[in-house]
Ligand binder design. Structure first.
Ligand SMILES: CC(C)(COP(=O)(O)OP(=O)(O)OC[C@H]1O[C@@H](n2cnc3c(N)ncnc32)[C@H](O)[C@@H]1OP(=O)(O)O)[C@@H](O)C(=O)NCCC(=O)NCCS
Length: 320
């Protein structure tokens, strides 16, 4: 292949990028519709760069950097990503691509580069190590066979619903909840609990507009967003994302308000979504959580999830 060239990606490249990401890591197909929506509407204050890598005049991969507003990120961390189609997989090329995208991020003011790759991507792991990235955290991934566990999950979901109802908690969906301030209350729960997800880098609160837009995306119909209500206040939330074109049905987020933890609520709301997926005929679902998130690891094991390769969060400090 001749020297690789990089060109800025435009919105029209979103589907191409989703295709190349899928070809780079087929175990996790990327949905083109969702990719385009994400590209169209970045989070408020977030900056990004997106590029298509070309070899012999044809696209071979996607590269990007993205970071939050620097005034909210004293560490100035910036995520960089490289997706090289597997048929072009080559350690030297990966090192060159990671080095190039890292330079772009540094030119935008980054002081710490962060990048994920999967545990079963040895070439990616080697390339990041060769460039001096350290392994910082592990995101555990899991999958659950609904054909095998469906009947049990449906029965457990019903039992959990009855138990919570006896304790004054209603398990319902966002579609059935008719509170005009519902989304604002959910955002409050989401932002509050996000800080309790084990993490190294700062987590920036989501704005209402960004949250509302995300919750309107076509992969999360409101009759599949499960919530637990106590006195009309959402105290727990769990939902699966259903990619409209391709990809695995995957948990988006599960959380419980700190004042209501340890009462089986997260398991109960997660079970409602799983039972619904069983009834929809979904064969398998996935989920992920930080390797230090003890309660979530425990819940996923109990629900019958089995491990699949996770993701390694890498960091590289680029200034003193
Ligand atoms: C993780 C989280 C959702 C759990 O919510 P919850 O409503 O308290 O969960 P549940 O009560 O349904 O279940 C918690 C289980 O973990 C167990 N648990 C709690 N701490 C634990 C620990 N340190 N080690 C092992 N198990 C633990 C509990 O005993 C309970 O299991 P049990 O019912 O079999 O006894 C909640 O802590 C949270 O919102 N955290 C922040 C958001 C987050 O991390 N979400 C997951 C992102 S992937």
């Amino acid at each position: 292949m001749s020297a690789v060239r990089y060109r800025p990606a435009t919105l029209a490249d979103a589907e191409l990028a989703a295709d190349m990401m899928t070809a780079a890591y087929p175990a996790m197909p990327q949905d083109p519709v969702i990719m385009r929506l994400r590209w169209e509407s970045p989070r408020k204050g977030f900056a990004h760069g997106r590029f298509i890598a070309e070899g012999d005049g044809a696209p071979i991969g996607y590269l990007g950097w993205i970071h939050g507003p620097w005034d909210k990120l004293p560490d100035r961390h910036c995520e960089v990503e490289v997706w090289l189609e597997q048929r072009h997989l080559d350690r030297g090329l990966l090192v060159a691509m990671f080095a190039w995208i890292g330079e772009q991020a540094i030119a935008d003011g980054a002081r710490l580069l962060m990048s994920y790759c999967a545990e079963d991507e040895p070439e990616m792991l080697d390339s990041l190590a060769a460039l001096g990235y350290r392994r910082e955290r592990i995101e555990r991934c899991w999958e659950l066979d609904l054909r095998k566990h469906g009947a049990r999950l449906v029965a457990d979901a019903k039992r959990a619903c009855d138990r919570q109802s006896g304790e004054g908690i209603e398990l319902t969906t966002l579609a059935r909840w008719s509170d005009p301030n519902g989304l604002r209350k959910l955002l409050e729960l989401s932002n509050l609990t996000a800080q309790d997800v084990p993490h190294t880098l700062p987590i920036i609160d989501e704005t209402y507009d960004d949250f509302a837009r995300r919750m309107e995306a076509p992969d999360r119909p409101h009759d599949r967003i499960w919530i637990a209500l106590h006195d009309n206040v959402p105290v727990s939330l769990s939902y699966l994302k259903f990619p409209p074109v391709r990809g695995t049905v995957w948990t988006s987020y599960t959380c419980t308000h700190p004042g209501f933890r340890g009462r089986g609520l997260a398991r109960a709301v997660k079970l409602q979504g799983l039972a619904q997926a069983v009834e929809l005929g979904v064969p398998v679902v996935c989920t992920d959580n930080d390797s230090e998130n003890a309660p979530m690891l425990h819940i996923n094991e109990q629900l019958g999830y089995v491990a699949r390769p996770g993701f390694v969060e890498h960091h590289k400090r680029v200034t003193k």
